[in-house]
Design a protein around this ligand. Structure first.
Ligand code: AP5
Ligand code: ZN
Length: 214
């Protein structure tokens, strides 16, 4: 399967992706996680991406298209993948179509994490992440079993620099202006499934499974 997860910041893409990945043996490609790793490692890519990310704006199409182009060619992604946070502009979606055409494959489903903007601030400001794996926790909705640390490795959790109420505003603006048109792009192909992303994590997982088994 080749899946795309689209939704505003805090809608649950990064929470559901690892579950879908394990269930369906897919590789999880999250451009946000890859960019944050590049920023932390101070690579050439990270240095270029940091300013836009800190402001809650989108990084340039060329940079992210380059990352995905490289990633989807990996042997581990040949049997299928989950794109989390990509494509986020119509230009990125068109470039993705070109890449997939070269490989003779196509996207099966686009999961649209539909949710009201008003719910997102509490989710975003309460989030703690494990940087190297991208795993998300939440002080209220998904606390770690080891206080202040990752459940799997025990390593410390951090808060994302862009997870403030002020930066969230810009991220939401970018979502509505630049990313919502991507949903229409795929809706024209009839491959978009709308999820009730305001529900509890387990209920969202059940909706995803229903869509993927149909
Ligand atoms: P990215 O990392 O992709 O951030 P985002 O899209 O803003 O999405 P989030 O990671 O904030 O939300 P999520 O849906 O994964 O939520 P999560 O599951 O963690 O991108 C960051 C930046 O990188 C961008 O701003 C941009 O600068 C750049 N970038 C990335 N990709 C790009 C691209 N393609 N083009 C250009 N620039 C790009 O959940 C959030 C919290 O809520 C967690 O604490 C979680 O525990 C909790 N939670 C999850 N589900 C539920 C639920 N059902 N009920 C209650 N709580 C829940
Ligand atoms: Zn995420």
């Amino acid at each position: 399967k080749r899946l795309i997860l689209i939704g505003p910041p805090g809608s649950g893409k990064g929470t559901q992706a690892p579950i879908i990945k394990d269930e369906h043996c897919l590789c999880h490609l999250a451009t946000g996680d890859m960019l944050r790793a590049a920023v932390a490692a101070k690579t050439h890519l990270g240095i270029k991406a940091k300013e836009a990310m800190d402001k809650g704006e989108l990084v340039s199409d060329d940079l992210v298209v380059g990352i995905i182009d490289e990633a989807i060619k990996k042997p581990s992604c040949q049997t299928g993948f989950i794109l989390d946070g990509f494509p986020r502009t119509v230009v990125q979606a068109q470039k993705l179509d070109e890449m997939l055409q070269e490989q003779g494959v196509k996207i099966n489903k686009v999961l649209n994490f539909a949710i009201d903007d008003t719910i997102l601030e509490e989710r975003i400001t309460g989030r703690w992440i494990h940087l190297s794996s991208g795993r998300s926790y939440h002080t209220k909705f998904a606390p770690s079993k080891i206080p202040g640390a990752d459940d799997v490795t025990g390593e410390p959790l951090i808060q994302r620099k862009d997870d403030t109420a002020a930066v969230l505003k810009s991220r939401l603006e970018a979502f509505h202006k630049q990313t919502e048109p991507v949903i229409d792009y795929y809706a024209k192909r009839g491959i978009v499934a709308n999820l009730h992303a305001e529900k509890r994590p387990k209920e969202v997982t059940a909706e995803v499974e229903k869509v993927l088994s149909s």
